[in-house]
Design a protein around this ligand. Structure first.
Ligand SMILES: Cc1cc2nc3c(=O)[nH]c(=O)nc-3n(C[C@H](O)[C@H](O)[C@H](O)COP(=O)(O)O)c2cc1C
Length: 339
């Protein structure tokens, strides 16, 4: 999850090494959103994977997780129009399928709350460059020791801006009917797979979620079309969020249109997660917010130990406070010792 602790060069730091290593007992860590290019950044202090110094810095993180027996994939997140130039390098652009500004405000370190930028529409040639940026980031992810990558297609960021009806008004090969709106995501997944192999590429969707000012008039059709096209690519997994803001049963939709492993997400507790996997809704459940305050979440769940709350105020603030200073549970450790 995005925690805004990267340094001024968009590199992870020693704090990231500690944070992810503390959580290495997760079956699989999906990192915070990582921008594949300078244009892909929208929030303050988010890390990138487009420069060699960033690869070196991520290598410290992946080594620390692997040393503790964990696995970790980099989540590739291009925010598209959900960006403020105050959070970007001077040379960076804010791009989107069309010149439609998001009705969203963003926090910036230098100028407080700001409206999103007016995005520049991507030309066909510029789309090809964005797809190549993703593939390049995937190759760098492997160089940095990641086990794979996850394509972030949720939360109203660039891939979802191509999928949704209100943000994609294009009339060329990338807009119009569902097949053309799905094309960007399909081509990006194909490029990621060509770069590092399908067994190392997962993707994350949240059908119908209106977060960040996206509206899809026909989300069921859009995601059926996307998943049916992606099916033959045999991605490592599909990570699907069921948003309480839509009536779509995203888990059933994903089950019906995806053959491989399904990771399901949103609002799970240990008992509801276990019941969902027993019922066959997914092969695995991902936990987001519980991992903020519970670095030893797996051990706590195994021991039946209580889960700790987290402090919302320090979710995105720099430094160790509210990031690496959540304690492990004595009860869970006692359970470990007894085994
Ligand atoms: C502080 C915070 C940061 C998040 N950052 C990301 C992100 O970078 N990428 C992503 O896919 N989801 C992100 N999310 C969404 C979570 O991954 C997850 O889908 C959501 O919290 C619901 O799951 P949960 O109930 O287990 O927390 C974030 C959520 C929070 C609260």
């Amino acid at each position: 999850m995005t925690r805004s602790r990267a340094d001024a060069e968009d590199r992870p730091t020693a704090l990231h090494v500690e944070y992810y290593a503390q959580r290495a007992s997760a079956g699989l860590i999906v990192t915070e959103g990582v921008q594949p290019s300078i244009d892909g950044k929208g929030y303050p202090r988010t890390p990138g994977l487009h420069e060699s110094a960033q690869v070196e810095a991520w290598r410290q993180v992946t080594d620390a997780v692997h040393a503790k027996g964990g696995r970790i994939v980099a989540q590739l997140m291009h925010v598209g129009r959900i960006a403020s130039r105050h959070n970007k390098r001077a040379a960076a652009r804010t791009v989107a399928p069309c010149a439609v500004r998001a009705n969203v405000s963003l926090y910036t370190d230098s100028a407080g709350m700001q409206a999103c930028d007016d995005p520049e529409p991507l030309s066909i040639a510029a789309i090809a460059k964005v797809v190549e940026d993703y593939a390049h980031a995937a190759r760098l992810a492997r160089e940095a020791g990641f086990d794979g990558v996850e394509l972030h297609c949720t939360s109203g960021y660039l891939p979802m801006q191509f999928l949704a009806s209100n943000t994609n008004l294009r009339t060329d090969a990338y807009g119009g009917d569902t097949t053309r709106r799905a094309r960007f995501v399909i081509e990006t997944l194909e490029a990621l797979i060509a770069a590092i192999g399908g067994g190392r590429v997962g993707f994350r969707i949240c059908p119908g979620n209106p977060f960040n000012d996206v509206v899809d008039f026909e989300p069921l059709d859009t995601y059926r079309c996307l998943l049916d096209a992606v099916r033959p690519l045999r991605c490592a997994y599909l990570h699907v969020i069921r948003s309480p803001l839509t009536t779509i049963d995203a888990f059933a939709l994903a089950r019906a249109h995806h053959d491989g492993a399904l990771i399901i997400n949103d609002g799970f507790e240990p008992d509801t997660a276990s019941a969902a996997v027993t019922r066959g809704l997914g092969e695995a459940v991902s936990f987001g917010r519980h991992y903020v305050g519970n670095p030893d979440l797996v051990e706590r769940i195994a021991a039946g130990a209580p889960l700790s709350p987290f402090d919302r105020k320090t979710l995105y603030t720099p430094g160790a406070r509210g990031y690496t200073d959540y304690a492990r549970s004595d009860a869970a450790s006692a359970g470990d010792a007894a085994q």
